[in-house]
Design a protein around this ligand. Structure first.
Ligand SMILES: Cc1cc2nc3c(=O)[nH]c(=O)nc-3n(C[C@H](O)[C@H](O)[C@H](O)COP(=O)(O)OP(=O)(O)OC[C@H]3O[C@@H](n4cnc5c(N)ncnc54)[C@H](O)[C@@H]3O)c2cc1C
Length: 461
């Protein structure tokens, strides 16, 4: 689409930059007034909250909300930015890659440049011990506070840098640190950290998703081994994973939450284990069906006690839902949308309706940050977020859908473009990719049940 007027490219560039700056200013000032009112209201209702530098006091008329970094946090942020500037591979700076699970898919890609980028980025993070920023230092992690992890996530997302290590870093590693034997920690944690082993998650089955405890996959003890038979579904990234952890029924006669064990299959190519692709509606190969036919694993691969795996599995889900990085991606997307609106060539139209919608999304994204700060403040006090994690997951997943829908609306009919690299097609792709956000990791209905029963104390329906 041609720029209006016949001025030079330099002049056009200046005008676009000016327009972007005005739009940003407009959204910033409108949103900051509304957000601070919202936060003030929430804080008055919630009482005293403390998270890093964020402090509110009840019983006084003065409200101090200092959202800026403390000197230590600012120094840490600078450190992260310096690493990103010098070490982030160009591929990620340019926004190339599959979009989700980028590091996992890149490391097994047919394209040598993608593999090189994945390895280089892992090595850069490993040098700073930031591959697993949340793990304790004694296990090779960064030992970072929740606030530092949040800053790291913020900066990585701002720069388009992928996280590395996959489910091993975010889910299995922290669970092994809690429930694993010393031998298991020594065997599995280093291989996760150095990028040798990426893990897939074998929880869901065709008839066991929200009601996970109904799972039917069987594991039978045979001497020093377990023999596994059954089927898992929606197994994300199993086609590029090296190993898979799963929940299997080891005592069918026990009540359903008992009689389940948490098992590790060290090699996803173990005889009897097959992975079949499921192609999603966006034409992406993201998840799979995974079949187990007499798959044999050593009995020492049991995590926690036999038949008590449900509790190990739930620890892992707590780590999955407490993810504090969600708001960061939304903030990045809305910043991109504001930039696209300022660029007439992108094809978006800033009608009043679109502006109002973006202002709403902007405010919701800022509110999402407050949910993240709540989780961080709990983690800093050694508490395990429960219904709070559900609130955060619910709100964040629904925002990601609304935000990408707003993006498509801003582009009108251009949003019908698909996969042609245009700005419009990015939002259509994001919209399709956002559909599962309210399903995976526990559906929105399930999160609402948790909030209703554990958060509000309502009786079960
Ligand atoms: C992109 C994506 C990636 C995934 N990756 C993995 C993975 O790597 N590993 C893995 O094991 N699983 C994975 N899953 C599966 C995911 O965990 C399940 O899809 C999810 O738990 C929902 O289960 P279900 O699909 O069987 O739906 P169901 O549980 O059958 O739910 C169907 C509908 O009924 C509603 N419902 C169910 N129970 C209740 C209730 N008690 N109250 C109110 N409403 C209810 C649900 O909200 C939903 O709308 C993934 C899913 C997606 C979409």
């Amino acid at each position: 689409m041609a720029r209006r007027g016949g001025c030079s490219a330099t002049c056009g560039g200046r005008r676009v930059a000016g327009r972007r700056a005005r739009l940003r200013q407009e959204f910033d000032s409108r949103a900051s007034v509304i957000v601070s009112r919202l936060i003030e209201g929430v804080c008055r209702a919630a009482g005293h909250i403390r998270a890093g530098r964020i402090a509110f006091a009840t019983g006084t008329k003065e409200w101090t909300m200092d959202w800026s970094d403390s000197p230590e946090q600012a120094a840490f942020r600078q450190e992260v930015r310096a690493l990103l500037e010098t070490k982030l591979p160009e591929r990620y700076k340019r926004g190339e890659g599959p979009g989700e699970r980028t590091w996992e898919f890149d490391r097994k890609s047919d394209d040598p440049k993608a593999r090189e980028a994945a390895n280089a980025w892992l090595a850069a993070l490993a040098e700073r011990r930031w591959v697993a920023p949340q793990w304790p230092a004694e296990y090779g992690g960064g030992g970072l506070s929740s606030m530092e992890q949040f800053i790291l996530n913020q900066e990585l997302a701002r720069a388009g840098a992928p996280g590395v290590g996959g489910s091993g870093i975010g889910l299995l590693g922290p669970t092994l640190i809690v429930h694993g034997t010393e031998e298991q920690k020594a065997r599995y944690l280093p291989a996760i950290l150095n990028g040798e082993t990426a893990w897939a998650q074998g929880y869901s089955e065709p008839s066991a998703g929200s009601d996970l405890a109904s799972l039917q996959t069987r594991a039978v003890r045979d001497g020093d081994e377990f023999v596994i038979n059954g089927q898992k579904i929606w197994t994300s990234g199993a086609h590029t994973a090296d190993a898979i952890f799963l929940l299997a029924r080891t005592d069918p006669s026990a009540p359903k939450h008992r009689g389940i064990s948490f098992l590790l299959v060290d090699d996803i190519k173990t005889p009897g284990l097959s992975v079949r692709p499921l192609i999603d509606m966006g034409d992406h190969h993201y998840f799979n069906e995974t079949f187990f036919e007499d798959v044999r694993i050593p009995a020492r691969n049991l995590v926690g006690e036999e038949n008590r795996g449900w509790y190990v599995g739930m620890t892992l889900l707590d780590f999955e839902r407490s993810n504090i990085g969600g708001a960061v991606g939304s903030r990045r997307m809305i910043a991109g949308l504001i930039d696209d609106l300022g660029d007439a060539a992108a094809g978006a139209t800033a009608t009043h309706a679109v502006r109002a919608e973006i202002a709403d999304r902007y405010i919701e994204t800022e509110v999402m940050f407050q949910f993240s700060f709540r989780i961080i403040s709990m983690q800093n006090r050694g508490l395990v977020p429960n219904y709070e994690a559900s609130m955060s997951k619910l709100f964040n997943s629904e925002i990601s859908q609304r935000l990408s829908l707003t993006g498509t609306r801003a582009f009108g009919l251009h949003a019908n473009r698909w996969g042609d690299g245009s700005a419009a097609s990015r939002y259509s792709d994001a919209y399709v990719r956002a559909v599962p956000a309210t399903i995976r990791g526990g559906t929105s209905e399930v999160q609402r049940n948790v909030i209703a029963t554990r958060g509000l104390g309502l009786p079960r329906g």
